[in-house]
Structure formats: C-alpha cells, structure tokens
Design a protein around this ligand. Structure first.
Ligand code: HEM
Length: 153
C-alpha cells in the first residue's frame, strides 16, 4: 500500500499545483520529448495511439491534476480504475514507471526554471511515486485476474 504523503509534501503540492497546471502544456510537451528518446517507451504509446486514435497527452495532465488529491484518494478511485484499465490494455508494467518520473520531473524544471527549487521537485517526485504505487498495485490485481487459474495439484 502506498505511504500517504506527509503534511509538508501535501502543502507544497497544493501551493505549487496551480503554477504547474498553468504551464501544463509546455511541461507535458517537454515531458514527452524526454520520454520518447527511449524507443521502447515510445513504442508503448505508438501502439496505444493506434488503439484510441488520440495523443496520450492526458497522462501528464492527469499527474499534475491528480497529485493535488493525493490526500483524498477516495475522490480519485474512479479515475484510478480508468487509468489502471487503460494501462493494462496497453501493457504498462511497473518497470515503465521510472521513465515517466525521469521525464516529468526534469521537464518541470526545464519549463519553470528558478521558480522551482529542490524542495518543490522532491515533493512532486513523492507525489508521483505515491500515485504510481496506487496504479501499480491496482494493475497487478488486474493482470492477475487475466491469468487462467492454476491447475489444482
Ligand atoms: C503516476 C503515473 C501515471 C499516471 C497518473 C497516468 C495517467 C494516465 C491517464 C489519465 C491516462 C488516460 C486514461 C484514459 O482516460 O483513457 C493514461 C493512459 C496511458 N498511459 Fe498512463 N499514467 C501514469 C504512468 C504511465 C507510465 C509509466 C506509462 C508508460 C511508460 C504510461 C503509459 C500510458 C499509455 C500508453 C496510455 C494510453 C494512451 C492513450 O490512450 O492513447 N502511463 N495514463
């Protein structure tokens, strides 16, 4: 189970979320530039785009929007279900999560520059991993449910 964020982290997220969302398009664009340097990661999205016919820009927007609700997971449960289902459809695995963190956090710094310091970036890193843990756990349940039952011994 994901560890709840500290009060201090929550306060930093809530106070910086509006600025991040204001620059959301720039941050998202930069994040994908960084993410798609890895052809294996890009392929996951190319495959998904063919299925949905949409650009997967919602992902970064969702991270920015949902982190604000990290202290109110109940409000996120429908969204978590939808994201986890989409991730399972597109074969997203726990090992893919560091790539998004490693693209998103530097993208925030690239766009906002000196307006964000180490403390703020660390708080967003914690919020990202909090959400990632919630999704990874739910996705593990969904993948397990897809497996045929083991033969009884
Ligand atoms: C905390 C981390 C993450 C969050 C909050 C998140 C959020 C989302 C959201 C909101 C969607 C759209 C769901 C829908 O409405 O259909 C989505 C889809 C998707 N995500 Fe994630 N995601 C995360 C991590 C990842 C990672 C690590 C990968 C792979 C590197 C990934 C790959 C995808 C793909 C391929 C789609 C489908 C895009 C499409 O429908 O065109 N996500 N994610």
């Amino acid at each position: 189970m994901a560890q709840p964020l500290s009060n201090e982290t929550n306060a930093i997220i809530k106070s910086t979320a509006p600025a991040l969302q204001e620059h959301g398009v720039a941050i998202t664009t930069r994040m994908y530039e960084r993410l798609f340097v890895d052809p294996a990661i890009k392929a996951l999205f190319d495959q998904a785009a063919q299925v949905s016919g949409e650009q997967p820009k919602r992902l970064a927007a969702a991270i920015l929007a949902f982190a604000k609700n990290a202290d109110n997971l109940g409000a996120l449960s429908a969204a978590v279900e939808r994201m986890a289902a989409r991730h399972v459809e597109t074969s997203i695995k726990p090992e893919h999560y560091p790539a998004v963190a490693n693209a998103l956090l530097p993208a925030i710094k690239d766009v906002l520059g000196d307006a964000v310091d180490e403390r703020v970036l660390n708080a967003w890193g914690e919020a990202y991993w909090f959400l990632a843990d919630v999704l990874i756990n739910r996705e593990a349940q969904l993948y397990a449910a897809e497996q045929p039952c083991a033969e009884p011994a």
